[in-house]
Design a binder for this molecule. Sequence first.
Ligand code: NCD
Ligand code: ZN
Ligand code: ZN
Length: 385
Amino acid sequence: MKCVKTIDHQGLIELPALIDPHVHFRTPGECHKEDWKSGAFAAVSSGVTMVCDMPNNKPPCMTIDALIAKKKIIDSQLRSVGIPLRYGLYLGADKNHLDQIEKAKEIAIGVKVYLGSTTGSLLVESALDLDEVFRRAASVDMVVVVHAEDEEILKREKERYGPTTDPAAHSKIRSPEAAIVATREAIKLAAKYQTSLYIAHLSTKEELELVRQAKKDGLPVYAEVTPHHLFLTVDDYAEWKSLVQANPPLRSHEDQEALWAGIADGTVDTIGSDHAPHLLEEKRRPYPQSPSGIPGIETLLPLMLDAVNQKRLSLERLTELTHTNAEKIFSLPPNDDRVWVDMEMKKEVRASDLKTKCGWSPYAGRVLTGWPVYTIVNGEIFAIQ
Ligand code: NCD
Ligand code: ZN
Ligand code: ZN
C-alpha cells in the first residue's frame, strides 16, 4: 500500500469507504497481537477508514481516564505511520464504574456491555447492574452495545458438557439458547428505558426474529452480523479447528441462511468484522486454552463484494451495511472518504498479503471476485493493489 497523487479509475466503482463498528486493536496491553500501526494498515488497505474499537483491553477500558490514555497512545501510533484513520472508542461497562457512563458521553461513541464472559475480564452479571447501565445510557442518549450471551447458561452448559479438547464443542457449550436469552433480556431493557441498543455479532435465527419484532414495535434496536457468521459454519471446525473458535461461536447452515435473509429484508443493520486478532501459536493451543476470536477486517470487503457478484445483495445494500447505518446509529460525523473497487478482479486470499500482526485468515485459499483498489481517507489517496 502506498500514498499516491491521482487515481486511475477506469473500470472501477466508487463507494463510500467502510466504517467497521467492531474491532479489537489490542491497545493497550496486547500489542503483540495488533496495534494501531498494523491495524491502520490493515484497515486502509481494505477500504475501511473508520473503526470503532472495543474496550476489552488489558487493563479493560472502563473509565474516562482509561479512554483518554488510550486515545493518546492511538493518536501517537497513527501519527507515526502517517495514516489519518478515523476511530471511535467504546467505554466498557463495569459494576464498580457505573458513574462513568454519563461522563463518557463526550469521548465514547457507546457503552459496551458483556453479558457473558469472552476475551478479557469485562462482565456485567447482575440484573440490577445491567438495568442501571441501560437507565444511565438512556439518560444521556448513549448507545448500549451488547455482547449477548447469558453467563449463567454458558456456565451451566460448560458444566454439563464436561471436559473436552474438541473445538467443535465450543458451538454446543455456547449454545444458541445462551445468545437468545441474553438478546431477549437486552431488548426488554431497551424497551423499558427507550435506550438505543446495538446487538454485536448476532448469530442465530431466533435472535434475528427478536430484532425483527423489536423494530416492528418501533424500538431503537439494531443488529450487527460478522463475516465469520456469514461465511463460516460449524462444518468449518473440521478444517480449521480452534482457529475458528469465536464468541458467539459458529452456527448451523440454517442460522447462516437466516442472517442472509436478515440482510435482504433490512433486519440486519451493519456488518462488523469483530476483528479479533490472536497469534497462530495462541490459537493452536489445545481447546479450551485456545483464545476465542477471528481476524476479519481485511477480508470483510472482498468477501462481501464476492457476495454482491453472486447476487446475494446489491452494492446499495452493502453501502448501507458498511457505512450509512453505522454513521446513523452511532451519530458519527459524516465524511467524504471513498473506496474504489474493481468488481472483476479475481484473487486468492493469501495470509502473506495481510497487514494484521496475527498474519493468518480462515479464508486463506478462497478465490474471491471483487477487490478494493484505492482508499481515500481525509483526502489522502492510498493505492492498494
Ligand atoms: C473477541 C476478542 O478476542 O477480543 N473474541 C471473540 O471471539 N469475538 C471478544 C468478543 O468480541 O467477544
Ligand atoms: Zn463479543
Ligand atoms: Zn468483538
